[in-house]
Design a protein around this ligand. Structure first.
Ligand SMILES: Nc1nc2c(ncn2[C@@H]2O[C@@H]3COP(=O)(O)O[C@H]4[C@@H](O)[C@H](n5cnc6c(=O)[nH]c(N)nc65)O[C@@H]4COP(=O)(O)O[C@H]3[C@H]2O)c(=O)[nH]1
Length: 513
C-alpha cells in the first residue's frame, strides 16, 4: 500500500513540476503586473499633474485676455495678447474669435481668413469649448488643440506630452472628459492589443479634482508580456528549472520521510516504541509462571512492524544500544510490582550480540534489578540460536550472567546449526523449542524429530518451553508426552503478546481463581 503510494508519488513528479511551473509562471506574471500597476499609477499621476499645469496655464491666459478692453483685433490689443502669451509657459498662441472664426492671434497678428470652428468644438460644463488637432487655422500645416471661452481662444500643441510619449512606449494613454464624451489627448503605444485577445490591457484611471477630465493609462503588455520575447522565454525556462528543483526536493523529502529508516529514527526519538508481554504457562497446572517481553512499533504509515525487521534497522542506524537499554529498563519498571509480588514469576528478555559484547550490560541489568527490588533469578536472558558469535564468547557471557544470578535461555532451539554443541558447551537453564517443531505434529518426519529432541532435552534436566503452541492438538500432544516432566508452553493457543494493562488483568483473574 505504502509502496504503491510512493510509486504513484514518483509517477506524479512530472505532474507536480508542471503544476508548480504553471503556478510560478502565473504568480510571477501577477507579481510583475502588480509592480507595473504601481508604476502605471505613478505615470498616470505625473501625466495628470502635467495636464493640470497646462489647464491652469490656459485658464489663466484666457482669463487675462478676457479682461482686455476693448476686446478687438486692433494692433494694441494684439500687442497686449503677446505680453500675456509671453508670461504663459504652455499656451502656444492666444487669439480672438468672432463668429466662430479666429480673427487675430498673438503670433500671427490679423488673420485674413480661417476655417470656422463650429463642428469640432466640445462644450464643457465649466463654460469652455475644446477642440483637438484642428488644422487650417493659421497658414501653416501644424495642428492645434484649442481652448475657447467667450471671445478668447488659446492654442496648444502636443509638445508638453511628447516626453510622456517617449517615457514608456508600452503605455498608451488618453486624457478624456469625466463624462467620456471628449478626448483631449490620445497617445497610442506602438504595441497594441487586438480587442478580441484574451489578455486585455491593464487600465489605470486617475481623475483630476480641479478639472473635468481623467487620465486613462493602458498597459498593453501586462506581466510577462512586458519583456521582449527572448527574455520571457528565458524567464519561463528559469521558472521551469526552479520548479524542477523544488518538485525534486519535495519528492526526495517525501520519499525520505516515508522511508522506514527515517520513520524509525523519529519513533525512537519520540519514544514511540512500547512493550507487550506474552505469558508463559506451566502446562501441568496451566498457570502463568512468567512472561516474555517483546518490543513493538506501530507506525502510522507501515502499521505494525515486525521486531525482526526494525531491530535490523536499529542496528544499521546504530540505534540498537538506545533501544536495548530503554526496552529492558521499561520492562523491569513496568513488571516490578508483579515480580516483587511473586518471586517465582519471571520475565524473559531477548538480547542480541550487542548486549553480549558490551561489558557493562550485565552490571546495568543487575543495577536495574536492585533499583526495582527484583531478584536477578527472575530475569531469564534469552540467547537465540541464530546469533552469530563464537561459542566461547557466548559461553563466557552465560557463565558471567549466572554469577549475577540471572537465568540463561536458549531461544529458537532447533533452528540454528550448532545447537547440539551449544547444549554441551553452554550451561543453559531453559531451552525454548522453536515453533517449527512445536507445530510439526501433523508431519510424521518432524514429529519423529520432535520426539527425539524432547527425549534428548529431558535427559539434560533443563526447563523446557515449547514456543508457538497454536492449536489444541499441539497442546495435547506436548502435554501428554511430557506428563511426568515439568514443561512449559507459550503461544497463541494460550495468549498472544499483551499490553501491560491486559496482562495485569489476566494475572489478576488467575490470582482470583
Ligand atoms: N506464529 C506464531 N508466533 C508466535 C506464537 N507465540 C509467539 N509468537 C511469536 O514468536 C516470537 C517469539 O519471540 P522470539 O523467538 O524471542 O523472537 C523475537 C526476538 O528474537 C526479537 N525481539 C522481540 N523483542 C525484542 C527485544 O526487546 N529485544 C531484542 N533484542 N529482540 C527482541 O524479535 C523476535 C520476533 O518477535 P515477535 O515478532 O514479537 O514474535 C514473537 C512472538 O510474537 C504463536 O503461537 N505462533
Amino acid at each position: 500500500m505504502t509502496r504503491k503510494i510512493l510509486k504513484s508519488a514518483q509517477n506524479n513528479q512530472a505532474l507536480y513540476i508542471i503544476c508548480l511551473m504553471l503556478f510560478l509562471v502565473v504568480a510571477f506574471h501577477l507579481l510583475v503586473s502588480y509592480l507595473q500597476v504601481s508604476y502605471q499609477k505613478e505615470f498616470s499621476q505625473s501625466l495628470l499633474s502635467k495636464a493640470e499645469d497646462i489647464s491652469s496655464d490656459l485658464g489663466s491666459s484666457i482669463q487675462e485676455a478676457s479682461a482686455l478692453s476693448p476686446l478687438e483685433c486692433d494692433a494694441q490689443t494684439i500687442n497686449k495678447l503677446r505680453i500675456i502669451l509671453s508670461k504663459h509657459e504652455f499656451t502656444h498662441d492666444l487669439g480672438l474669435i468672432f463668429n466662430n472664426k479666429v480673427n487675430c492671434s498673438a503670433n500671427w497678428g490679423l488673420l485674413a481668413d480661417s476655417t470656422p470652428l463650429d463642428s469640432v468644438l466640445y462644450h464643457s460644463p465649466s463654460g469652455y469649448y475644446f477642440a483637438s488637432q484642428v488644422a487650417n487655422i493659421f497658414p501653416v500645416a501644424a495642428k492645434y488643440d484649442i481652448t475657447n471661452k467667450g471671445s478668447v481662444i488659446a492654442f496648444t500643441i502636443n509638445a508638453p506630452f511628447k516626453n510622456f510619449d517617449q517615457l514608456n512606449k508600452n503605455f498608451s494613454y488618453k486624457i478624456i472628459s469625466k463624462n467620456r464624451k471628449y478626448t483631449f489627448h490620445n497617445y497610442a503605444a506602438h504595441y497594441q492589443f487586438k480587442t478580441d485577445t484574451l489578455l486585455k490591457p491593464q487600465v489605470v484611471e486617475t481623475c483630476s479634482t480641479q478639472f473635468q477630465y481623467c487620465i486613462e493609462t493602458y498597459n498593453n503588455r501586462p506581466g510577462l508580456l512586458y519583456f521582449p520575447f527572448y527574455i520571457s522565454a528565458l524567464l519561463i525556462g528559469l521558472i521551469g528549472f526552479i520548479s524542477f528543483l523544488i518538485a525534486y526536493s519535495i519528492c526526495s523529502y517525501l520519499d525520505k520521510s516515508h522511508s522506514m529508516e527515517f520513520r524509525f529514527r523519529k519513533a525512537i526519538e519520540n519514544e514511540e516504541l512500547y512493550l507487550e508481554y506474552q505469558p508463559i504457562l506451566e502446562l501441568k497446572s496451566n498457570k502463568i509462571i512468567g512472561v516474555e517481553s517483546l518490543i513493538r512499533w506501530k507506525d502510522s504509515v507501515y502499521g505494525n512492524v515486525s521486531p525482526e525487521l526494525f531491530l535490523g534497522i536499529a542496528e544499521q542506524l546504530s540505534l540498537y544500544p538506545t533501544l536495548a537499554y530503554n526496552s529492558v529498563k521499561k520492562a523491569l519498571n513496568e513488571l516490578s510490582p508483579v515480580l516483587r509480588a511473586d518471586s517465582d514469576f519471571s520475565v524473559a528478555i531477548n538480547i542480541n550480540a550487542y548486549e553480549i559484547q558490551t561489558k557493562e550490560y550485565l552490571d546495568y541489568l543487575y543495577d536495574l534489578c536492585t533499583e526495582n527490588k527484583i531478584k536477578p533469578q527472575q530475569i531469564k536472558i534469552e540467547i537465540t540460536e541464530r546469533i552469530e558469535l563464537p561459542l566461547d564468547e557466548l559461553s563466557c557471557f552465560a557463565s558471567k550472567a549466572k554469577t549475577y544470578g540471572f537465568s540463561i535461555s536458549l531461544d529458537d532451539f532447533g533452528t540454528g546449526v550448532s545447537n547440539l554443541v551449544w547444549l554441551t558447551e553452554i550451561n543453559f537453564d531453559v531451552i525454548k523449542i522453536d515453533k517449527v517443531f512445536t507445530q510439526s505434529i501433523s508431519d510424521e518426519l518432524k514429529q519423529e524429530m520432535l520426539l527425539a529432541i524432547m527425549s534428548l532435552i529431558t535427559n539434560l534436566n533443563r526447563t523446557v518451553i515449547f514456543e508457538g503452541v497454536e492449536t489444541v492438538e499441539e497442546y495435547n500432544f506436548i502435554k501428554n508426552y511430557n506428563d511426568d516432566y515439568q514443561v512449559q508452553g507459550q503461544g497463541w493457543y494460550f495468549y498472544k503478546s499483551l499490553p501491560l494493562t491486559e496482562l495485569l488483568h489476566v494475572l489478576g483473574q488467575q490470582g482470583g481463581d
